[in-house]
Design a protein around this ligand. Sequence first.
Ligand SMILES: CC(C)(COP(=O)(O)OP(=O)(O)OC[C@H]1O[C@@H](n2cnc3c(N)ncnc32)[C@H](O)[C@@H]1OP(=O)(O)O)[C@@H](O)C(=O)NCCC(=O)NCCS
Length: 167
Amino acid sequence: MIVIKKATAYDIEDILVLINKYTKKGLLLTQTKSSLLRNLSSTYVALLDGEIVGTASLYRLEDDLAEIRSLAVNGEKSQRGIGKQLVHHLINETKRLQISRVMATTDTTIFFEKCGFHEIPASEVSSKLEKDCFQCKDFSLCHKKFMIMEVSKNKVDKVKQESINIS
Ligand SMILES: CC(C)(COP(=O)(O)OP(=O)(O)OC[C@H]1O[C@@H](n2cnc3c(N)ncnc32)[C@H](O)[C@@H]1OP(=O)(O)O)[C@@H](O)C(=O)NCCC(=O)NCCS
């Protein structure tokens, strides 16, 4: 059974192990213990039988724009709906915070489309470019896409938030 919960300081080592696998492949931004601690209150973990198998954070880029960051699912547990459930949890958190747009910066556009996001041009997320992209050493080589969801227009309330059973 998968359960999504807010991360605690005790989870940080496990979160880093998950994230670091994808950071090395250039899929996620580098995180450290201190950067995770700073963002702990908006970081979530997915637990399978008490073991952390996924994580994701919500970061407020603008008053009315949040970003899903450091979304990672253990490769051995992929394609079972864990990533989608983490995203839906953050969408509902975005809604609870009364932020009307949530975005992601990703190579995995199909996954986010399946979560209800659509692609937007970089010109529509200038705060993301200024805060992260222009500082990134790989910016000139980057092919990541910007995906967004208008939360207020979305039927997030209909998304199942209860725990799901997986084998
Ligand atoms: C992307 C990621 C979070 C997906 O997690 P997951 O638990 O395997 O995804 P889910 O099982 O919830 O998949 C939901 C849907 O997306 C599809 N999907 C998942 N990963 C996909 C991929 N890489 N390419 C295409 N479709 C994908 C699934 O087939 C599923 O489709 P369905 O609803 O039609 O059945 C995971 O592969 C991962 O950690 N990737 C590396 C880090 C990363 O790229 N993070 C995103 C950037 S923030």
